[in-house]
Ligand binder design. Structure first.
Ligand code: IPM
Ligand code: MG
Length: 369
């Protein structure tokens, strides 16, 4: 890797440009980075008629890492199968860059436990990781329409399942190091109905003995959705196929009180560049107002530093700074309005409602402290 990491920056649509600009300010406080800004998503459709050009895909593959804001918006919403859609850019990048493993860590910030829709006794101690398969399944199978009939095909090969299973077991092992609880992988499927799920379960079970230090259990996806809200603290690593992972990771994200807090890392083969983006969308309704929550993008930059650039210490600095500003009571509107802390914690600060810039300034001040 070059001494100055080369980062392709894809601000995208809606609030994307605001939160990405805030994030490069945070990165600049940690060191030198060379940014190459490109269009992807709706903005690329407007400029080039396609959500992802070959040039941009090539630039992303040649970078050390890719930082993405968000894509999409009502302007490009369509049910016409022939019209370009912003999401095609994202899916094209995932496939084109070979990003088969999507990591979505869910760790409610201590200051935000009061903002969770769950009771505090349920949410306390929650610290889980969703490992989502990202380049297979129904997202990429044959699809089409014939008159009044439409189809989408879910297909998985044993090799695709095996590599994501290994990602999950290795992640569990890493998370377990230095902790006293035995690492656990919960594999999610619908093996009582789907053939792809039976293959999934078979392969995950076959790989498991290579990770004897990690416990494995299997949950049907409907049951997993239920358990996630009834006993979230008992999960460690959840591994799921593409569509199930998409759904469960939004559910898991909301455990933190806001989808605006959840970062993600999409990784391919070792040594290849990864893609780092917040899980939330482009929020076109609040775009341009200066109120977007930049924290999930800061935390995505932290994942980029840790998983993409080998700079774990810098990643921890961002994460600590985010926790610190939340502990001081700073809240963007999506986080505001809930009790900051339990009534039993009289020392907790009042909430202060802030916009993107003040939140960013506060994180920068923490980093400088
Ligand atoms: C996500 C998003 C995308 C997905 C959409 C925008 C295509 O929901 O990253 O979770 O479904 O993968
Ligand atoms: Mg999603």
């Amino acid at each position: 890797m070059s001494e100055t990491p080369r980062i392709v920056v894809l601000p995208g649509d809606g609030i994307g440009p605001e939160i990405v600009a805030a994030t490069t300010r945070v990165l600049d406080a940690l060191g030198q980075f060379a940014y190459e800004e490109r269009l992807m998503g709706g903005c690329s459709i407007d400029a080039h008629g396609t959500a992802l050009t070959d040039e941009v895909l090539t630039a992303c593959k040649a970078a050390d890492a890719v930082l993405l804001g968000a894509v999409g918006g009502p302007k490009w919403d369509t049910t016409n199968p022939d019209a370009p859609r912003p999401e095609q850019g994202l899916l094209g990048l995932r496939k084109g860059m070979g990003l088969y493993a999507n990591l979505r860590p869910v760790r409610p910030s201590p200051a935000l436990v009061g903002a969770s829709p769950l009771r505090q006794d349920r949410i306390a101690g929650t610290d889980l990781l969703v490992v989502r398969e990202l380049t297979g399944g129904i997202y990429f199978g044959d699809s089409g329409r014939d008159g009044d009939v439409a189809h989408d095909t879910c297909e998985y090969s044993a090799a695709e399942v095996e590599r994501i299973a290994r990602t999950a077991f290795e992640a569990a092992r890493r998370r377990g190091a230095g902790s006293d609880r035995k690492p656990r992988v919960t594999s999610v499927d619908k093996a009582n109905v789907l053939e792809t799920s039976r293959l999934w379960r078979e392969v995950v079970t076959r790989v498991a003995p290579d990770y004897a230090d990690v416990e494995l259990d299997h949950l049907l996806v409907d049951n997993a959705a239920m358990q996630l809200v009834s006993r979230p603290a008992e999960f460690d690593v959840i591994v799921a196929e593409n569509l199930f992972g998409d759904i469960l990771s939004d559910e898991a994200a909301m455990l933190t009180g806001s989808l605006g807090m959840l970062p993600s890392a999409s990784l391919g083969a070792a040594g290849d560049p990864g893609l780092f983006e917040p899980v939330h969308g482009s929020a076109p309704d609040i775009a341009g107002q200066g109120v977007a929550n930049p924290l999930a993008t800061f935390l995505s930059a932290a994942l980029m530093l840790r998983h993409g650039l080998g700079r774990a210490a810098d990643a921890e600095r961002i994460e600590a700074a985010v926790d610190a500003v939340l502990a001081r009571g700073l809240r963007t509107p999506d986080l505001a309005g809930d009790p900051v802390a339990p009534a039993s914690d009289p020392g907790s600060p009042e909430e202060t409602r802030v916009g993107t810039e003040e939140m960013t300034d506060a994180v920068l001040a923490e980093l400088a402290a």
